[in-house]
Design a protein around this ligand. Structure first.
Ligand code: NAD
Ligand code: DAU
Length: 354
């Protein structure tokens, strides 16, 4: 299979690219605009494979998308390119509408035009897999509720509203035009190459630097954490074995309050880096409660029984094993995150090609 992965220089997209190159014989066309969140170093040695090609293209550029489809003739699209950070969407929603809504529309139209040229057999095998989030369902308040594939949409933030909009378009293109679509909605990911604006890497790197660990509101909001490589394996399982037209929820069944995640990171750092920055007694002393995020979702929790029973996917990491691996990864990969923090990764664009 030749898979066109959009957003393959991002956190989850790069894990998908690495999984395809290392775990299969499939080919990858990594299409990414390289926004602030895109970093080709995250693809790692997979970029040296003969089965890997990079295209620096914005999904809002329809002409460039048409050229990529014609040139590479993909068998499937895995669409991960998006603006992904909730806080940024609150500060500036316009780019979220542009990329997540208009960009997805462009990609759907380019995929549809390409699909119409395929033979009947190729059409049957073609897939458009849209990678989405549990945030489209809004939030949960009771402790016994879970998001299922039939939970009504109720997005709270500009980010989740634009993702919800893109999910609706993908399903509409499936129903109206017969495009063989798949939709997945996943909970919070964590792991290697996570951009340091997000909770877990932000806390690890601030603690190592002796900076405050800003916890929004009371810190009691709950997220359901999934190790990013488990997500990548789930996505490839859905792409290969999922039923066209279907939605699959993906989650790790690891519900944690934000404050407990921050405390776990502090404990791991006490063990792994006992030599603390000057003036710091314990990492946990850096925890600082700050003003809450506007519209902050209280609790997310995924019911992943459909993908487990129908497609046989299971996560391999527990939160305990995954968070330890993650902290250890940041400790051994300071070149990656120092480049990100200094902004140097943006100056080191490698351009198109392998
Ligand atoms: P990310 O921000 O780390 O990466 C996004 C990537 O998309 C970057 O490489 C960026 O350069 C690229 N991109 C952005 N705008 C683009 C455009 N206009 N054209 C082409 N490329 C563009 O995001 P992520 O955390 O890896 O998330 C990937 C996808 O998974 C998103 O669609 C997100 O909504 C979804 N998702 C994320 C999580 C999570 O916990 N991170 C959970 C569930 C679903
Ligand atoms: O649920 C899936 C979603 O998870 C994805 O769709 C998003 O792309 C991804 O960014 C993530 O969204 P969250 O808003 O849950 O992730 P974030 O890491 O920004 O925040 C996690 C929680 O931690 C959230 O309740 C806000 C809180 N937080 C975050 C930061 C950055 C803090 O308390 N302090 C912080 O500094």
């Amino acid at each position: 299979m030749k898979i066109l992965v959009t957003g393959g220089a991002g956190f989850i997209g790069s894990a998908v690219v690495r999984e395809i190159i290392n775990g299969s014989r499939d080919e990858v066309v990594n299409l990414d605009a390289l926004t602030y969140a895109g970093n080709l170093q995250s693809v790692g040695l997979s970029a040296d494979s003969e089965r890997y090609v990079f295209e620096q293209v914005n999904i809002c550029d329809r002409e460039a998308l048409d050229r990529v489809f014609q040139q590479h003739q993909p068998d499937a699209v895995m669409h991960l390119a998006a603006e992904s950070h909730v806080d940024r969407s609150i500060d500036g929603p316009a780019v979220f509408v542009q990329t997540n809504v208009v960009g997805t529309y462009n990609l759907l139209e380019a995929a549809r035009a390409f699909y119409l040229q395929l033979s009947e057999e190729q059409q049957q095998n073609f897939r458009f897999h849209h990678i989405s989030t549990d945030e489209v369902y809004g939030d949960l308040h009771g402790t016994d509720d879970f998001f299922t594939e039939s939970t009504p949409y109720a997005p709270s933030s500009p980010y989740s509203a634009t993702k919800a909009s893109s999910d609706h378009m993908v399903r509409a293109w499936g129903r109206t035009y017969g495009l063989p679509i798949l939709v997945t909605n996943c909970s919070n990911n964590y792991g290697p190459y996570h951009f340091p604006e997000k909770l877990i890497p932000h806390m690890i790197l601030n603690a190592l630097d002796g900076k405050a660990l800003p916890v929004y509101g009371d810190g009691l909001q709950i997220r359901d954490w999934l190790y990013v490589e488990d997500h990548a394996r789930a996505l490839l399982t859905v792409l290969k074995n999922g039923q066209p037209g279907e939605t699959y929820n993906i989650g790790g069944n690891n519900e944690k309050t934000n404050i407990s995640v921050v405390e776990t990171i502090c404990s791991l750092l006490e063990e792994l880096v006992p030599n603390k920055p000057a003036g710091i007694n314990q990492y946990r002393d850096l925890i600082t409660y700050v003003k809450d995020r506007p519209g902050h979702d209280v609790r997310y929790a995924i019911d992943a029984s459909k993908i487990k029973t129908e497609l046989g996917w299971q996560p391999q990491e527990t939160f305990e094993s995954g968070i330890r691996k993650t902290v250890e990864w940041y400790l051994s990969n300071s070149v990656w995150w120092k480049n990100v923090l200094s902004g140097e990764y943006r100056l080191e664009r490698m351009g198109s090609g392998r």
